[in-house]
Design a protein around this ligand. Structure first.
Ligand code: GDP
Length: 313
């Protein structure tokens, strides 16, 4: 199995290539010295206006978004230590880690709701996440609370079987909150450490969907102290900036407190992680880098930034 870093790097290859193309001939020298500052070290080059423009263009094209790009450009111009690459990396990493911390797993079962719009990779993510927890030695149960999509439940059955974890499911069209209640009872009875609940991504109206999520939240909260302990919002990285709009809607209604960013392997918009962290202050918890069961990786800000800037520029 390839190292975690090489897998993150492979997943971000398209974004890294885009950045490299725009900054390939950039002068990656130390920052310019202001009139009031100390003289530049011998041989030091100022970062040219062209390079700064190329950097700004690369960040925006990677979907870092205007607010975070402005923040990065300001920091890069003010920071005078190290190469341009170092300076960009430092501020990006700061943005990615200056977010709400992920909740610790202290309760059994630790209840995680997985929310998001259909097509983002929600069902696949639940399967991958079950597998990830299972292979790291945790006992897992999955609840198919999206009772409106038969195909999604069948897909989940295949994934959970492959991962070797229990699936609680119900008749199509059954009350999602009732299935969730059954799953919580089963997880408690069997002493499962993690309960992953796959929720619906679409109902007749947005109001219905949000009311449904709220009902599920209340049910699990009544049955397990502090639950849901995590609400992970699945966002498709290929959607780019529109993902932020989805995120805001779901944050308000579902209390999402973490993000799973999927399909990074298929896009050059990997900078969206920075926009999410900067604008929503939500931690990216996992990234999806392919369609296989082991293509979900825990998010690591340092590795992510390194993978975006793998080559010198
Ligand atoms: P849902 O409607 O949100 O439940 O989405 P699905 O889980 O059914 O996924 C939709 C499609 O996206 C499927 O073809 C998945 O294989 C694909 N998919 C999910 N995650 C990833 C990922 O990280 N990378 C790639 N390349 N495809 C993904």
């Amino acid at each position: 199995m390839a190292s975690l870093f090489s897998r993150i790097r492979a997943g971000l290859a398209k974004t890294a290539q885009q950045i490299r193309e725009r900054l390939g001939s950039a002068d990656d020298g130390p920052a310019p010295v202001s009139a009031a500052g100390a003289p530049a070290a011998t041989g030091a080059r100022a970062t040219s206006v062209e390079t700064l423009e190329a950097l700004e263009d690369a960040l925006l094209t990677a979907d870092v978004g205007l607010p975070a790009t402005d923040k990065i450009m300001t920091a890069v111009k003010a920071d005078r230590s190290g190469t341009l690459r170092d300076r960009v990396g430092r501020v990006m990493q700061r943005i990615l880690t200056d977010v709400r911390p992920a909740p610790e797993v202290t309760t059994t079962p630790h209840v995680v709701l997985i929310v998001g719009v259909n097509g983002t990779g929600k069902t696949t993510t639940v399967g991958k996440l079950a597998n990830l927890h299972r292979t790291s030695g945790r006992s897992v149960m999955v609840c198919a609370a999206d009772t409106f999509r038969a195909a999604a439940v069948e897909q989940l059955a295949v994934w959970t079987e492959r991962a070797g974890v229990d699936l609680v499911r119900a008749q199509m069209g059954a009350d999602p909150a009732a299935v969730t209640f059954d799953a919580v009872s089963a997880a408690k009875a069997r002493g499962r450490e993690i309960l992953l609940v796959d929720t619906a991504g679409r109902l007749h109206t947005k109001t219905n969907l949000m009311a449904e999520l709220d009902k599920i939240r209340r049910i699990v909260g009544r049955e397990v102290p502090g639950a849901p302990h995590e609400v992970l919002l699945v966002l498709d990285a290929t959607v780019g900036q529109n993902g932020l709009v989805q995120a805001r809607e779901f944050m308000a209604a579902s209390g999402a407190n973490g993000i799973v960013l999927t399909k990074l392997d298929g896009t050059a918009k990997g900078g969206i992680a920075v926009a999410i962290a900067y604008e929503l202050k939500l931690p990216i918890r996992y990234i999806g880098v392919g369609e296989s069961i082991d293509d979900l990786l825990p998010f690591d800000a340092g590795a992510y930034v390194d993978a975006l800037f793998t080559e010198k520029w």
